[in-house]
Design a binder for this molecule. Structure first.
Ligand code: MTE
Length: 348
């Protein structure tokens, strides 16, 4: 998503027993129905892309027993993630294979190419890790990751992730509801929004050192408080049953499945409760292209490309797996009420 200036799932429960079975699985709505309209023609979207990884992933049978690494996560976190339970948050869509989820990323702090994050983030130090909580809260402070996670049991949720660039994935995240995290800090009545910041560490993050960057760091994202406490909003610490790979936002990353992927901020070190709307990274970078709400909406195009369709990864140039984009990424029933009366072409 480079900008122009420079340069309820009503689903059955899953019984995930092994990584092989996990990756092989395809889920369908019990109530039957609607589905992926693969192969529909669409003009290529106007965003940068790198298909090599998706070709590689496409050629890797989903049933291949992929060895999923733990990266640099501490032992206690590995155990906590491994002890997750399943949840009712599932989807009818097939999972995106692990090599694509962990090999085709946007994490501009580690470069603009889709494979740069996997290459450059692998040594990111995520232990020790702490999060500053500030603003309109009764319990501000600096919390270690262990403090933050200790009281919570983790669960798996399978969500669709739709990038504003018009590609999408289906990811089995491990984590817990953001509402449960936030309520521990006791937000006051002045907390109308919540703002998140990614780590700022130019020594570890080459993208933050670049003078050519059109992005102002640290990467900042935010939600209205009612969005933040919606039951779908999730704080992830793992995927595919293991701790998060650094390129996917280790050790702590937001997942807001009805919004474009850029809202799902990675490697969070600061949470601020505010009375006014946060100045978020992409709104600062290109306000005519990226909005604060960023709800997935097939009826409101990006100024440079259509949002009506998406490429469900993995795909290839020769086999573009195009499907129709769904309103609120298919989570309309759960979240449409949050925006009633709002003109979504104005509040994009
Ligand atoms: N968070 C930070 N800190 N930096 C980023 O560049 N990219 C966003 C989002 N979170 C980004 C980020 C975008 S554009 C997308 S689509 C998702 O991360 C991609 O998440 P994934 O790499 O886990 O698929």
């Amino acid at each position: 998503m480079l900008i122009r200036t420079k340069n309820r799932s009503d689903v059955r429960s899953s019984e995930i027993t092994s990584e092989t079975v996990y990756q092989d699985r395809r889920r369908f709505l019990k109530k039957g129905g609607q589905f992926a309209l693969a192969g529909l023609g669409l003009t290529l979207v106007g965003c940068s892309d790198d298909l090599t990884q998706t070709i590689a992933a496409k050629n890797t049978p989903a049933s291949t027993d992929v060895n999923i690494p733990q990266f640099n996560a501490p032992q206690w976190l590995q155990q906590k993630v491994a002890a997750h339970t399943k949840s009712q948050f599932l989807t009818e869509d097939a999972l995106t294979p692990y090599p694509t989820v962990a090999g085709y990323n946007n994490f501009y702090e580690f470069g603009y190419g889709k494979q740069d994050p996997a290459e450059h983030a692998k040594d990111l130090i995520t232990d020790p890790w702490s999060v500053i909580v500030e603003g309109a809260v009764e319990k501000p402070g600096t919390y270690t990751l262990e403090d933050i996670l200790k009281p919570h049991d983790l669960e798996e949720r399978i969500y669709r992730l739709r990038c504003v660039e018009a590609w999408s994935m289906v990811v089995p995240w491990v984590g817990y509801s953001l509402a449960n995290m936030l309520k521990r800090f006791q937000p006051t009545s002045k907390a109308k929004y919540v703002e998140f910041h990614t780590l700022y560490d130019p020594e570890q993050m080459p993208g933050q050192r670049s003078r050519l960057s059109s992005i102002e760091y640290p990467y900042v994202e935010g939600l209205r408080i009612d969005e933040a406490i919606n039951p779908l909003t999730f704080m992830a610490v793992g995927l595919y049953g293991k701790t998060l790979p650094p390129q996917n936002g280790a050790p702590l990353r937001l997942v807001v499945p009805w919004k474009y992927g850029f809202k799902s901020i990675k490697s969070i070190v600061r949470i601020r409760f505010t009375e006014t709307i946060p100045r978020t990274t992409w709104v600062k970078s290109g306000p005519s292209e990226y909005g604060f709400f960023a709800n997935v909406n097939p009826n409101v195009d990006h100024p440079r490309w259509s949002q009506a369709m998406e490429r469900r990864l993995p795909d290839t140039l020769w086999e573009p797996n195009r499907i129709e984009t769904r309103m609120f990424n298919g989570y309309e029933e759960e979240v449409a009420h949050l925006y009633s009366g709002m003109d979504l072409s104005k509040y994009y």
